[in-house]
Ligand binder design. Structure first.
Ligand code: C5P
Length: 219
């Protein structure tokens, strides 16, 4: 039986994570946070002190990494037995993730790991290239955007809520740099899939975005 897939792509801070999680919960579908996979790899290579230009060693690290997302209320994430729940959300982790994400060999290595999340009764996949590369045959595709200021403010709030020290102007600069790198890279750039429905979430609440995406599924 064909597994229904909803892809939600977009820049940092557009609200993809929260919206995707809520929709997956409501539908009882699985959830793939593909950014967390790139972030976990960033942590793994930082810990092993692998230089960013040693592509073979990064690919080996990606292949060997054992990443577990707890599905309970704690939503803990462990990488090779270590709890990385806190460090995975740091902007510094996101920046390294974005640098290694531009390397085609690394994307190829992580492709299969992401595709393994496709399971019944359905999957909500959140990232940058879910609808274009990882699940090009997904039945439902959304491209979620928001103004740069909204994205930065949301990211700031998220970090503060997690108890992570944050500075709004630094976050604004960091996510602009990261989005530019993600959008301009040669392989799997951040662009809407042809069939994607674009939603600008700047003036919408999370509930309104969830409602319009669910409306798309039911249409
Ligand atoms: O979504 P998140 O901010 O956690 O992603 C961190 C970085 O991982 C992004 O800036 C992007 O460079 C990379 N990424 C990617 N493709 C994905 C998901 C994330 O290149 N599908």
């Amino acid at each position: 039986m064909d597994v229904p897939i909803l892809t939600i792509d977009g820049p940092s801070g557009a609200g993809k994570g929260t919206v995707s999680r809520l929709i997956a919960q409501q539908l009882g579908w699985h959830y793939l946070d593909s950014g967390a996979i790139y972030r976990a790899l960033a942590i793994a290579i930082t810990e092993k002190q692998v230089p960013l230009d040693d592509i073979a060693a990064i690919v080996d690290t990606a292949e060997a990494m054992n990443l577990i997302f707890e599905c309970d209320a704690t939503r803990h994430i462990t990488l090779d037995g270590h709890d990385i729940t806190q460090s995975i959300g740091l902007e510094s982790t996101g920046n390294i993730a974005s640098k290694i994400a531009a390397i085609p060999e690394i994307r190829a290595e992580l492709l299969h790991k992401q595709q393994c999340y496709k399971e019944l009764p359905g999957l909500v996949a959140d990232g940058r290239d879910m609808g274009t590369v990882v699940f090009p045959h997904a039945q439902y595709k959304v491209f979620l955007t928001a103004s740069a200021l909204t994205c930065a403010k949301r990211r700031y709030k998220q970090l503060k809520e997690k108890g992570i020290d944050a500075n709004l102007s630094k976050i604004t600069a960091d996510i602009q740099e990261r989005d530019q790198r993600d959008s301009e890279r040669e392989f799997s750039p951040l662009i809407p899939a042809k069939e994607a429905i674009c939603i600008d979430s700047s003036d919408l609440s999370i509930e309104q975005v969830v409602e319009s995406v669910l409306g798309l599924l039911h249409a």
